[in-house]
Design a protein around this ligand. Structure first.
Ligand code: SF4
Ligand code: SF4
Length: 221
C-alpha cells in the first residue's frame, strides 16, 4: 500500500493561514490504515487547527468529510457539496488522492496534509517498510521474492557488491544485505540456479515520459 506520514502541524497550520473555511478531507484507504488520514485523524486535526487559529485571534471554520478512496473519481465526486462550502481543501489522502481532488475541483486550492513516502507494508507494529519501487518490470521470480531494486541500498541487479559484513549492508542502518536474503531464500527453495546467468540491466522504459498507465488491455502504457 501507499505509506504516508503526518505532515508537521506547524506547516499544515501555515498552509491554511488566510482561509476561513477549510474542508479536511479524509481517505479511508491507505492513509487511514497508516493511522494518519482516516476520519478520526481528520477530526482531531480540524480541532487542533481551530484551536490554533483561535489562540492567534483568527477565524477558522472546518468541516470534516471522508471518502472510501480519493484516488477514484466517483468517490471524489461525493465531496462536491462540501467542497462548494470551502475556501480550501486540506486532504489527508496521499499525493495521488490530492492530485485527483485538485483535478476534479480546479477552482479551490487543495493542500496536502500528509507526506507520501513509499509502497510498503507493516514490518512491525507501527512500523512500515518499503518493499517495492514500482519499477514496472518485476524480477521477484528470479530473486526468491526479495526485491533487489528496493532492498539493496545500491539497487544492484547482479549482486552482492561484496561490502556486507555480518550479514548487514555496508551502507548502514543495520539493514540486512538484500543479496544475502536473496541467496538464503533461493537456497531454501533449491532455486539458486536462477542466478546462474547475468541478468539484463533494469528496464526503466515503462517509467519514462510522464505518468504511467495500466489497465484494460494489459501492460503498462
Ligand atoms: S488516495 Fe491514496 S491513500 Fe487513499 S486509497 Fe488511494 S492510494 Fe490509498
Ligand atoms: S522488481 Fe522490485 S521494484 Fe520492481 S515491481 Fe518487483 S518488487 Fe517492485
Amino acid at each position: 500500500m501507499i505509506v504516508t506520514e503526518a505532515k508537521s502541524f506547524v506547516l499544515v497550520a501555515a498552509m491554511i493561514t488566510g482561509f476561513r473555511r477549510v474542508l479536511v478531507a479524509a481517505c479511508a484507504g491507505c492513509t487511514a490504515v497508516c493511522g494518519v488520514g482516516g476520519e478520526r485523524q481528520a477530526g482531531e486535526l480540524a480541532d487542533a487547527l481551530r484551536l490554533h487559529a483561535r489562540l492567534r485571534g483568527e477565524v477558522l471554520d472546518t468541516e470534516v468529510r471522508g471518502v472510501t478512496r480519493q484516488c477514484e473519481p466517483e468517490f471524489v465526486a461525493e465531496l462536491a457539496p462540501a467542497v462548494a462550502r470551502a475556501e480550501a481543501v486540506l486532504t489527508l489522502g496521499c499525493g495521488v488522492g490530492a492530485q485527483f481532488l485538485a483535478e476534479h475541483y480546479p477552482g479551490v486550492p487543495v493542500l496536502p496534509g500528509v507526506n507520501t513516502r513509499f509502497a510498503g507494508g507493516l514490518a512491525a507494529p507501527g512500523v512500515w517498510e518499503e518493499r517495492c519501487r514500482l519499477c514496472g518490470d518485476c524480477v521477484l521470480y528470479l530473486t526468491g521474492g526479495v526485491c533487489p531494486r528496493t532492498r539493496c541500498a545500491k539497487g544492484i541487479m547482479n549482486g552482492p557488491c561484496g561490502g556486507a559484513a555480518g550479514g548487514l549492508c555496508e551502507v548502514g542502518n543495520a539493514t540486512p544485505c538484500a543479496w544475502l536474503l536473496i541467496w538464503e531464500r533461493l537456497e531454501r527453495l533449491g532455486r539458486t540456479g536462477t542466478l546462474d546467468e547475468i541478468g539484463p540491466p533494469p528496464d526503466w522504459s515503462g517509467a519514462q515520459a510522464g505518468p504511467r498507465r495500466s489497465g484494460k488491455g494489459g501492460g503498462v502504457e
